[in-house]
Write a protein that binds this ligand. Structure first.
Ligand code: SF4
Length: 44
C-alpha cells in the first residue's frame, strides 16, 4: 500500500512510496517512523 503522505510529501519517491508499504523504523523512546527515505534524508 502507498504511503499515507505520498500526495503531500516533498520527498516522495515515485514508484516506491506510491506502491509499497514504508518500512517501520524504531528511533528509540517510543518513537517510530514509517518512510522509505533514510532518517537523514527525511530530517532535511
Ligand atoms: S515513504 Fe517517506 S518519502 Fe515516501 S511519501 Fe512517505 S513520507 Fe514521503
Amino acid at each position: 500500500m502507498r504511503c499515507f503522505f505520498f500526495d503531500r510529501c516533498p520527498l516522495a519517491v515515485e514508484g516506491t512510496c506510491d506502491r509499497e508499504d514504508p518500512p517501520i523504523r524504531r528511533l528509540g523512546e517510543g518513537h517510530a517512523i514509517e518512510c522509505h527515505r533514510s532518517e537523514r534524508e527525511f530530517m532535511h
